[in-house]
Design a protein around this ligand. Structure first.
Ligand SMILES: C[S@@+](CC[C@H](N)C(=O)[O-])C[C@H]1O[C@@H](n2cnc3c(N)ncnc32)[C@H](O)[C@@H]1O
Length: 221
């Protein structure tokens, strides 16, 4: 019952304030066509990312977990023409579909898609003294979220916004006896976030077209 209302309201908000154009619709369709799971952010979440990007005037963005580049396209559209996104995807099949979607969106110049493990790319960016990012979106595998966040901090500056998706997992985060490594990963992450003096942070629950979850939002102090 509630889920049906959440879905309808999400569609209502999306139609009003976050309508998808044909590029975004075709990006979603490309996932079905390539047998890739529909686990992108929703349109309202894409718009939310855009508002966060605009609020910190982001030019340089790092994204971990590209899938088909749906969130990447939302992000790219909210940064200036000379902005840059590095997005990291481990699965070569996902990366291949993402690369085609980025090209179709006309965003290849802005988006540097790296195929590899998020941990490896983070360490490489740190060791090559990559300039700090203004906005970091963590949306890859959940068990190492704590480590991703700590490495992301090394690639940030005061004011950088870091958003980490899927940290509530339909409320399973409350289950202290869980054996699910993804849930354990976000439990460990949320605890670290609460005790991290380097950031000011909260978690917003998300309901809507996708299952109940949550996004952690942190601003680097
Ligand atoms: C939830 S999806 C990303 C969704 C995307 N951000 C969007 O909203 O359109 C997570 C992605 O992370 C990728 N992934 C999983 N483990 C990874 C790793 N160790 N390094 C980089 N990417 C990884 C998965 O293959 C998957 O494509």
């Amino acid at each position: 019952m509630n889920q049906q209302v959440f879905e309808k309201v999400d569609t209502y908000i999306g139609n009003l304030l976050a309508p998808e154009d044909s590029v975004l619709q075709e990006t979603i369709q490309s996932l079905d066509d390539a047998s890739i799971p529909q686990i992108s952010v929703t349109p309202t979440q894409g718009k939310f990312l855009q508002l966060m990007l605009l609020s910190c005037k982001a030019k340089r963005v790092l994204e971990l977990g590209t899938l088909g580049a749906y969130s990447t396209i939302w992000i790219a559209r909210a940064i200036p023409a000379d902005g840059k996104i590095i997005t990291v995807e481990f699965d070569p099949h996902h990366a291949n579909v993402a690369s085609q979607n980025i090209a179709k969106a006309g965003l290849s110049d802005k988006i540097d898609l790296r195929t590899g493990k998020a941990m490896d790319v983070l360490n490489e960016l740190i060791s090559t003294n990559e300039e700090a990012f203004d906005f970091i979106f963590i949306d890859a595998d959940k068990p190492p979220y704590t480590e991703y966040f700590e490495l992301a901090l090394k690639l940030s500056h005061p004011g950088t916004i870091i958003i980490c998706d899927n940290v509530i997992r339909e409320g399973k985060v409350l289950d202290e006896d869980t054996t699910d490594e993804r849930v354990k990963g976000v439990q460990r992450f949320n605890q670290m976030l609460a005790n991290n003096p380097k950031v000011t942070a909260t978690i917003m629950q998300t309901v809507g077209a996708k299952e109940h979850d949550g996004m952690a939002i942190a601003i680097v102090n």
